[in-house]
Each structure stands twice: as C-alpha cells, then as structure tokens.
Design a protein around this ligand. Structure first.
Ligand code: UD1
Ligand code: MG
Length: 463
C-alpha cells in the first residue's frame, strides 16, 4: 500500500478574525500547518498534497520541500477540498490520509496507530474520534444501537439529542482511495452551511466505518479561534518544557519559560524564570540563562551566563558573561570568556576572547581584540549621519571611562586611552591617546567666590 496525504488548508478561518490565513498562525514559532506536517514523521508518505486557497502563495512559502499543493479556488467545504487534493495526489497512492491544517497538537504516534488500525480492519475508512467534556462546535459521531459508527453530523446541523453526544470527529481519516473517489462525487451541499462536507462520505463507504478513539483528546484539538490558538500554544509549550527537562535542563519554574519548536538546549543548563528562547536558538551545556532573557536565533557556548538580556541573532562564546541589562543586536559575536555587562548595547561587533565591555557602553561596527577592557561609558560613534564606519580596537587595550571612538578609527594593541577622550585619530600600538582639554586648577577659588557672594549680599541689604 502506498500512502498519500491530503492536508486541508484552504480556509480563511473566519473565526480567527485575521487577515492571515488560519494555518499560518504560529505556535512556538511554527505555523499550524507545519505542526500538522510534523505529525507525519513516522508514516513516510509517498506523496503529500496540501490544499491551499486563502493566501495560497503565503501558505506555499512555508511548506517544506517535497510537499505539493492543490488549489481550491472557492472554499466549498472540506469534501470539495479533499476532491481538489485527490486530483493532484500521485496515482501511485492507493490509500489516503486526510488531515486538517488546523490541528497542531497531532502526534506522530496517533497517525501511525490510525494507519495500523486501518490496515488490520476490514472497512474502507478509519477515522479518529475523541470523547470531550465539552464537544463545542465539533462534528458529532453518530453510532447505531450496536455501537457501530454510522456517520457524523456537524454541530450546526445537529438536533438536540445529537448535540448531546460527546464523541467528536477529529477530522482525521484514512481511506482506501478507490472507495473515497467513488463516494466523494456523490456528496451534496444540502446542509446548514451549504458546503460539501467530507464526513458525509462516511455512510457511503460500505458497512464498516472504523474508528480510533484518541486516548488523549488534547491531541486532536482544532484551532478555530484565537482562544483555541492560545490553548494549543500552552499544550505545546508544556511538551517542549517537558522534553527539555527530560533532556537534562533544569527549570525551577517551567511555566515561565517559552520555547520555539526548533530550539536546542544542552544538558545541565539552567533556565531561570522569564526566559524566552526563539527561532533557531541553541544553548550548549552547563549554561545559566535568566532570569528574564529573550534570545532569538542566537547561539550560546558551553558554560556561558546570560542574565536579564535581549539577544538577537548573536553568538555568545563558551564561558562568556552577558548582563544584567544588556542588549545584543544582530551580528554581535562575543568570544569565549568575554563579557558584555550592565546597560551595554552591541551591534555587528566582535568582542575578542576574554575582552570586557562591562558598563554603560554602545559598541557598534567594532572589532575588539583579545583581553581588551573597555572602560565605563564608552561609545563607538559609528554613524556620520550618512554612512556607518568601523572601529578597530586591538588586543590588551585599556580604554578610559567615557571615551568616544569616532569611526573610522584604529587603536593598536596594548594601547590606552585617557578618560573622557574623543578619539578621532588612530592610536599606535602601546601608546596612550588623550583627547580632551587639559585641567586648569584655580587656586583659592572657593574662598574668593564666597567673599564675593557675601559682599554682594551686604550691598543688597543696604539698598
Ligand atoms: C471539521 C469537520 C468536523 C470536525 C472538525 C475537527 C467538516 C465539515 N467538519 O469542522 O466534523 O469535528 O473539523 O476539527 O469537515 N478547509 C478547506 N476548504 C474548505 C473548507 C475547509 O481547505 O472549503 C480546511 C480548513 O482550512 C481547515 C480544515 O479544512 O484547515 C477544516 O475546516 P474548518 O472550517 O476548520 O472545519 P471545522 O468546522 O473545524
Ligand atoms: Mg476546524
């Protein structure tokens, strides 16, 4: 048997109240459709077709290679969408798994179990159902007196007795293709929504409608509103937190740590409360991150410490220290054992091994050599109002507090700068750069000033 997959994803998702197609709304940084496709991990389909319609090009743009699309120009219902998918599905596929693009909690195991049950059974279709406390707007599964499934009625078409049923249609089915193709042409749209409903094929597919009741009803939840979206986000966050902890990550309060789907965290790393790890972020072993950090598309080396920081598309080396209160903007490359400290902003800069930018500085378009120490309150003035320029600071340099480096400028190895200097010219290796007015002390000034003030006050009294 060759398995084909049709994923229905053409709907706008009216109830989302969004300009964005529903299946592109994200959970843990991955669109809903991406989560659905990830549930195919264990079944190795021969061909997968996603039925697109609303925002077709945007949806196509997020699909992985090897997944094809079929266009459903008008959204005439899930049955019609399935037909569009079948038209594109490779003729090699004689068995068809149909999924909805809005069920992000699906697990690979459920799909594998469904296919195994279908293979073992006799019917031409096996569907997934779930028993819920509140069946809400889901289609209700109808069974006869012997408990055999006879079909599905949509909530909008259901009578009171049917609405009271709490077994729901999960919208996940595996069909023998020939039977499905024969039945689907016979389904009309005489119902509350005037749509061609896919579940209406069920009674047309022979005597046996197989049903797998999901043991975890969460797994089949469909996202139709933003409330559902947040509920599913929570479930996925719980899964990601659990996976991280089982992988050796310490989290004293996991409920405050948020992951994106592809984040990787090493063993013996501690994630303190208020940590958000986004995009392709990778944290190595033995790090301490948090409290209160956001890292986006960034890499952190072994044993690094990051406290109260916002880190974007940057690299933090092994044993490096960041924060508290640091802002690492894109292309910051903090080498091993280096430090970016308190109230420091960096951008497109390399900070060499063991170098330190501990306090109150802006470092942009700069290269800072190994072992250099940047004094408090230093600024690389990288922008002349028109273009950006680079600052190069060598190895083992010590800069004084409150220096400005007016780029382009180069500071040699082992050089120093005096506090309060505005450095506009290069400094050779080993030299001290001073660029500030020389101090002039007025001896006895305080006494004279006091005397003048006293005299002025007395003259004022006499007036
Ligand atoms: C559907 C089922 C319902 C089931 C529920 C499970 C039908 C008629 N009803 O209802 O029995 O309990 O899923 O979550 O199938 N779509 C298209 N083209 C269309 C219409 C829909 O591609 O013309 C896609 C949507 O983008 C969506 C999926 O099909 O991804 C399901 O559509 P939706 O409108 O969410 O159906 P439900 O009302 O949830
Ligand atoms: Mg739905």
């Amino acid at each position: 048997m060759n398995l084909g997959v049709v994923v229905l994803a053409a709907g706008l998702g009216t109830r989302m109240r969004s300009a964005r197609p529903k299946v592109l709304h994200e959970i843990a940084g991955r669109p809903l459709i991406g989560w659905v496709l990830s549930a195919l991990a264990d079944v190795d389909p021969t061909h997968t077709v996603v039925v697109v319609g609303h925002g077709a090009d945007e949806v196509r743009a997020v699909l992985p290679e090897g997944v094809d699309t079929a266009l459903q120009e008008e959204q005439l219902g899930t049955g019609h969408a399935t037909r569009m998918g079948l038209d594109t599905l490779s003729s090699e596929c004689d068995r068809v798994l149909v999924l909805c693009g809005d069920t992000p909690l699906l697990r690979p195991k459920l799909i594998a179990d469904l296919i195994a049950q279908h293979s073992a059974g006799e019917g031409a279709v096996t569907m997934v159902t779930a028993v819920l406390d509140d069946a809400g707007a889901y289609g209700r599964v109808l069974r006869d007196d012997e408990g055999r499934v006879t079909g599905v009625v949509e909530a909008k078409d259901a009578d009171e007795a049917q609405l009271a049923v709490n077994e729901i249609n999960a919208g996940i089915y595996v069909f023998d293709r020939a039977g499905l193709e024969a039945a689907i042409g016979q389904v009309g749209s005489d119902n509350a929504q005037g749509e061609v409903y896919l579940p209406d094929v069920l009674p047309l597919m022979g005597d046996t409608i197989g049903a797998l009741i999901a043991d975890d009803p969460d797994v089949v939840a469909g996202v139709n509103t933003r409330v559902h979206l947040s509920e599913c986000e929570w479930v996925i966050q719980e899964r990601l937190r659990e996976a991280a902890m089982l992988g050796g990550v310490t989290m004293p309060d996991p409920s405050t740590v948020y992951f994106d789907a592809d984040v990787v965290v090493g063993q013996d790393t501690t994630l303190l409360p208020g940590v958000h790890l986004r995009g392709t972020t990778e944290i190595a072993d033995g790090c301490t991150i948090g409290p209160d950090c956001t890292l986006v598309d960034s890499q952190v080396g072994t044993g690094a410490t990051v406290i109260s920081a916002h880190v974007l598309q940057s690299t933090i080396g092994a044993g490096a220290q960041v924060g508290p209160f640091a802002y690492l903007r894109p292309e910051t490359d903090l080498s091993e054992r280096a430090k970016i400290g308190t109230f420091v902003e960096t951008k497109k800069s390399r900070i060499g091994p063991g170098a330190k930018v501990p306090h109150l500085s802006y470092i942009g378009d700069a290269d800072i050599g190994e072992g250099t120490n940047i004094g408090a309150g230093n600024i690389t003035a990288n922008y002349d109002g028109f273009r950006k320029h680079a600052t190069r600071i060598g190895a083992r340099v010590k800069t004084g507090s409150d220096c400005v480096f007016v780029a382009p400028v180069e500071i040699g190895d082992d050089a120093m700068t005096a506090a309060g200097s505005i450095i506009t010219s290069d400094i050779p290796d080993g030299a001290l750069g001073i660029a500030r007015a020389r101090q002039d002390n007025k001896e006895g000034f305080t006494e004279r000033a006091a005397a003048r003030a006293k005299q002025a006050a007395e003259e004022g009294d006499g007036a």
